[in-house]
Design a binder for this molecule. Structure first.
Ligand code: FUL
Length: 747
């Protein structure tokens, strides 16, 4: 506990201390978790936070920076986001699995590890498990003898990639099938792990005894297989998502952890105390991502962990509320394709190189790890489009971050020697440092790292200046640093850079400072349409590196750019029409690209349905407050229709103004909360707006974690003027149905 004299010393330090080493009286032993005492003052809590450090496994995991996710399984063949556990294993008809091709592409992208869905929510196992027949052993893949995980683990060794496993706690096969173990209300008794299976001995002779039920035993047996026969395993990924639950099933995570720590001593655990979810599946990052997180209980003893989705998690005010301060880093996970599983190469959007590179800089340069999913196709390969994005991203990372423009510069050697274990301690009198190069450099990126493994994350606010025209010019500011902060700013030519620490929790230890140059590219675009049907194309707002005409253009391209576009679904070229201002289209797909001196940027595309200006609501079963039915088709996804929360089905009916031949629809859920996501429903039509009949059911998976716009194409066209949506199942057992936006598609 901090004593009064130490507290006073801290106050003195924070006001006017001039020494440049940490005052011994205030230095605490560093630890992964530090308990807060009831009597601790706010300053003491901050001091404790400044001594919370990652474990060596967490630190290694942070240094991976860019890692891969692979979602593969029956969903790849059914084209669903979530399976139901009742899929026939025969659908897993894999003919040409090529895990070397996966690994080569991941390696080319600069990724260091791959996490594989050994078992997704459907319960189908992609390895030769002893404990179930629901998996590759019952599929046509290599006549039931194939093992996808084995092939991947061999390819990983060949290509020098680390391997992680995703084992879904939710298991629909074990829920739905008669003999299923999930929620079967079995007794908790002492069980030996692994359970021996005749003819299939383990080479690893470790044994564990746990007091668990049938499903936890099943899960532990499977973990034993994964961690002893496919290793070394570097990450175990526990998804918090649950399409369904049964029998009050709970999980004995503390037993799982004991087994993991013993069998995979190098592994970090995701979804629990080592690594937390960043809070979205869209690749968004917080401006300030703290990894020292306050907890109410000791995280090392906790059996279950909630998703932390709030915008602010580790600010001073957050820390003051904690009883334990714990290092738990964020992982930013998203998919290169729309959805986590491969569906097709025509309608499923693939993210552009610009987009992936932007997410890379924001997440790796935002104190987090970037986990990008690449779903293999039904052939068993990464599709060519995904491969070329991975290659281009890898090249761009090398081109941008391959050469540190500060190498050979003068300044504090602890930050210039590229060695993460040496550092420069700031604070006290010295709140800034200057680095000077031998010749002028042109830069637009700066990376700063704190020595988090020995000194935690301490910087709360900082600024960077460049020496230009005999004076310091501020070029960038940001909040925290932590593992790494990448600052992006318009290019500047200078010989001297200054880093100023504006606020910190304690003496910050800066481990590295490096500078880079990113070659600016044509901007990414966004395409929007008003309710009247007028289409506008503009540069995407949150991308850096370009400013539109008339403004000071960042980057090295000094002329303007053209926007080229098509309206027939074809990819725009240098010969496509030039965009001069908003134009109208009745429906269809717009594709657009920015062009600079014949060079094209990445293509943006947007599908638009029927223009909504003549639509009218012809009834809904109910609405809550101001959330009327019209909000579902006002072209504004910030407003939404929300039914009451009376149990049962909910519907809205729409008059489209005239009859159309409709091919499908898109559903945009509201995103203000997890309420009202329509997981299953039916499309209805009417010829007079009075009597209605159901025409086709639809189903969308994983809406709560990934509330993006979903598309359902009809089996055959529906000719209708009056059309409606009725909900049948709301995600997460909700009662309210909500729609932010509905679109009906034409040919
Ligand atoms: C989610 C799951 O429900 C998705 O299917 C996917 O696995 C993603 C990574 O996590 O919560």
């Amino acid at each position: 506990m901090i004593k009064l004299f130490q507290y006073l010393a801290l106050i003195a330090l924070l006001t006017a201390c001039s020494q440049k080493s940490e005052p011994n009286a205030l230095v605490l032993p560093v630890s992964n978790t530090i308990k807060v005492q009831e009597s601790d003052s706010k300053d003491t809590i901050l001091l404790k936070a400044a001594h919370v450090v990652p474990t060596s496994n967490q630190f290694d995991a942070l240094q991976n920076e860019f890692i891969a996710f692979i979602h593969f399984g029956p969903n790849t063949f059914t084209r669903m986001e979530w399976g139901n556990g009742m899929e026939d294993p025969k659908i897993f008809d894999l003919q040409n699995l090529d895990t070397d091709q996966w690994c080569k592409a991941m390696k080319d992208a600069g990724m260091k590890m791959v996490i594989f869905t050994a078992k997704h929510h459907d319960g189908f196992v992609l390895w030769q498990s002893r404990y179930t027949k629901h998996g590759v052993m019952s599929s046509p893949f290599k006549d039931g003898k194939g093992d996808v995980l084995k092939e991947l683990s061999e390819s990983c060794k060949k290509y020098g990639l680390k391997l992680g496993v995703y084992l879904s706690p939710a298991d629909l096969f074990q829920i739905e099938n008669k003999e299923g173990l999930y929620g079967n209300l079995s007794e908790y008794t002492e069980r030996t792990i692994p359970r021996q299976v005749e003819g299939r001995p383990f080479e690893n002779k470790t044994k564990f005894t746990f007091e668990v039920d049938d499903y936890n035993e099943y899960f532990l047996n499977q973990l034993f297989e994964l961690l002893t026969e496919y290793g070394p395993i570097h990450e175990v990924w526990f998804d918090g998502a649950h399409p369904k639950r049964k029998g009050g099933q709970t999980y004995n995570y503390l037993a799982w952890k004991e087994l993991i720590r013993a069998l995979a001593p190098k592994a970090v655990i995701f979804g629990k105390e080592d690594i937390r979810w960043c809070g979205n599946e869209a690749g968004k990052t917080r401006d300030t991502e703290w990894n020292v997180i306050p907890y109410q209980e000791d995280p090392d003893q906790m059996n279950s962990f909630a998703d932390l989705t709030e915008e602010s998690l580790g600010s001073r005010e957050d820390l003051y509320k904690g009883k334990y301060l714990h290092y738990q880093q964020a992982e930013t996970n998203t998919s290169i394709r729309e959805g986590w599983f491969y569906r097709d190469d025509t309608d499923q959007k693939v993210r552009s190189t610009d987009d992936v590179f932007d997410m890379y800089e924001r997440s790796v340069g935002g104190n987090s790890t970037f986990l990008l999913n690449i779903p293999p196709n039904r052939e068993g390969n990464f599709s060519p489009r995904d491969v070329s994005v991975l290659e281009e991203v890898g090249e761009r990372i090398k081109e941008t971050y391959g050469e540190n423009l500060l190498s050979g510069a003068n300044g504090p050697q602890g930050v210039l020697d590229d060695d993460p274990s040496s550092f420069e301690l700031l604070g006290g009198g010295a709140q800034e440092m200057v680095v000077e190069t031998n010749a002028p450099i042109t830069v637009n990126r700066l990376a700063i790292q704190e020595a988090i493994d020995t000194h935690s994350e301490r910087v709360e606010k900082h600024a960077v200046d460049a020496w230009v025209d005999n004076t310091w010019k501020e070029i960038a500011t940001a909040t925290n640093i932590g593992y790494k902060r990448i600052l992006r700013f318009p290019e500047i030519t200078t010989q001297k850079l200054r880093i100023r620490i504006l606020e910190s929790r304690f003496y910050p230890a800066i481990a590295n400072v490096s500078a880079y140059y990113y070659k600016a590219r044509p901007p990414q675009l966004s395409i929007e349409r008003s309710v009247e049907g007028s289409v506008a194309i503009s540069p995407k707002k949150d991308t850096f590196g370009w400013k539109p005409h008339g403004e000071d253009i960042a980057g090295n391209i000094n002329s303007g750019y053209n926007i080229r576009y098509t309206t027939d679904g074809s990819e725009p070229t240098v010969a496509s029409e030039i965009y001069t201002g908003p134009f109208k289209i009745p429906s269809g797909e717009i594709q657009a690209v920015a062009e600079v001196n014949g060079k094209l940027g990445s293509v943006a595309s947007q599908l638009f349905g029927i223009v909504k200006k003549d639509w009218k609501s012809v009834g809904e079963d109910s609405f809550e407050g101001e959330n009327v039915a019209q909000n579902a088709f006002d072209g504004d996804s910030n407003t939404y229709w929300s039914s009451s929360d009376k149990a049962g089905k909910h519907f809205i009916n729409i008059d489209l103004g005239k009859e159309y031949s409709i091919t499908g629809f898109t559903y945009t859920p509201q995103v203000l909360s997890a309420d009202g996501m329509i997981e299953k429903g039916t499309v209805r039509m009417s010829t007079d707006g009075k009597t209605w009949k159901s025409v086709e059911d639809f189903q969308f998976g994983n809406l709560i974690n990934d509330p993006t716009t979903r598309t359902h194409m009809f089996q055959s066209k529906i000719n209708a003027r009056y059309i409606g949506i009725e909900s049948k199942v709301i995600a997460g057992n909700g009662k309210t149905a909500a729609i932010a936006e509905l679109d009906f598609l034409l040919d």
